[in-house]
Design a protein around this ligand. Sequence first.
Ligand code: ADP
Ligand code: MG
Length: 393
Amino acid sequence: MIKSIADLPIEGRRVFIRVDFNVPLTPAKGVADDSRIRASLPTIQHAVKRGARVILASHLGRPKGPTPALSLEPVGARLADLLGQEVLLTDEAVGDGARKVVSDLRDGDVALLENVRFFPGEEANDDNFARQLASYADVYINDAFGTAHRAHASTVGMLKYVAEKGAGFLMLKEVEFLGKLLGNVERPYLAVVGGAKVSDKIGVLENLLGRVDAFLIGGAMANTFVKAKGGDVGKSRVEEDKMALARAFLAKADLRGVEVLLPSDAVAATSIDATEGTPVRADKVPADMMALDIGPQAAAGFADRIARARTVFWNGPMGVFEKKPFAAGTLAVAKAVAASRGLTVVGGGDSVAAVNEMGVADQIKHISTGGGASLEFIEGKTLPGIAALEVAE
Ligand code: ADP
Ligand code: MG
């Protein structure tokens, strides 16, 4: 079982919270999107209110050694604004400066360790680095779901050196909602899967095969399926080497009586930079064109299926939603998912961005903050950062 921060004694203790503050920055070194910071506020505020001495740790980007452009300084400043209190940023994740900041903390104070990936020991899960991090912690809390699929020093290595460990509220919510999708849910249960590549999503398709009633497939991955079934996809993006995989999946689904709905029509153009698209049959895309979105018929059909479902998991945009002429399919799906009163969960970096852009995020039951981590969870993989939190009852 995994303990909640709410059930651990944290008053007056040094509580080390691994957060996922890997946020996009602006060129002027500001925070471009603070949703990941906001997502961990309930956990941080809880710890502050209970009088813990809070030590936050995160990575930012993929630095190879200390990189000023990837300092957590702007993140600390934004967090201080959101919390309405000072956040002390250490000069390095470990070392004399960090030790001093941590030992001077009083109850309710918040410190943020500088980017843990400035030390190669983080990603290498180096034991010495893990011990140094652990030396700051009486209690370890992981709230960084987005990094839970990585076995690094701050997500796994340091845990064996800490007496008490548990999960923050964000981590618990992610595990609860994504876990539901792998358990018993109300039916009909649909998986709407799109995005760039079959190869990225085949693990998700396979693991959901025994669970969902139907798959609705869109995005570039639909082209590979359409072509695998003998359709003409013109110069659409396809994965030639995944045809056999797509065919095998369709055969397996057929055997189990699980529907796989491919788009009947597509919005096509001769180039991704075209200012408008043409509706065509999805299996008859002209030779000089590419399918860049699901067509109006498919979008209406998908929306109708979603409206009648009780559980929907959505991962992957239906088209090149970043470009206006090819955003309609993704918008139709986003609206349908938002209108559903059933259990609705959206995961995947680009799908979540689409849902946010389209302004329907607050009508979806759960939006996963983890891109790769949510996919691996739905694939049925054990995430090392979650497994490491398990304690005997
Ligand atoms: P997620 O991050 O939600 O898991 P992916 O990364 O798998 O989603 O896919 C998103 C990308 O797929 C977007 O950049 C989008 O432009 C692209 N895409 C979707 N449909 C098509 C298409 N028909 N042709 C080319 N690219 C597509
Ligand atoms: Mg993506």
